[in-house]
Design a protein. Structure first.
Length: 179
């Protein structure tokens, strides 16, 4: 009787672990860009962010073109590592109508100091620490960084990726928009 009870608990534990692994695989596939996220509502396009150099980054001004939104922070090593690649992508693809923005989830002073060392050609907005809530609302419930979204000309979230982008991701995203 005691060993039968132990076996039942063991089977239940294995079943729970298998279900958790399956859910984790589904979520990872979804987060890595397989699933889109529907059309962004007016509240997204109404967002405005202060820029480190002064002025304002207005999301409504970016509507209607392919848009790569990258959430990053100065204290995040994979974020810092991918920024030069994103900058090259922006420089290479701007003539094709691409827009890239970086939303820094960080202290403004840290972002300014960082950008003085590594200037970026694409616009950066200061999302501040409340940017974590925006990240969560955009399909990253854990709030992890870096986090990137591809928004098509039609305002649909076409791709998402939690974690560092690779050159192959950017190439696939570019092809997804321009064929």
């Amino acid at each position: 009787p005691a060993s039968a009870s132990r076996r039942s608990w063991l089977r239940a534990g294995v079943a729970v672990a298998a279900a958790a692994a399956g859910a984790g695989m589904w979520w990872r596939r979804r987060a890595e860009g397989g699933a889109g996220g529907g059309t962004l509502d007016a509240s997204f396009w109404a967002l405005r962010f202060d820029r480190p150099e002064g002025g304002e980054l207005r999301m409504d001004a970016l509507r209607g073109q392919p848009l790569l939104v990258n959430f990053w922070a100065t204290w995040c090593p994979p974020c810092v590592e991918e920024l030069p690649m994103l900058d090259r992508f922006f420089r290479d693809q701007a003539a094709n109508g691409w827009q890239v923005i970086g939303l820094a989830i960080d202290q403004p002073s840290a972002v300014r100091k960082f950008l003085a060392r590594l200037p970026l050609a694409f616009p950066v907005g200061l999302a501040g620490l409340q940017g974590t809530e925006l990240v969560k609302s955009m399909g990253n419930p854990g709030g992890g960084l870096p986090f990137s979204l591809l928004i098509g000309k039609d305002g649909q979230v076409a791709k998402r990726k939690i974690g560092q982008l690779e050159p192959a991701d950017l190439e696939a995203w570019r092809r997804a928009v321009h064929g």
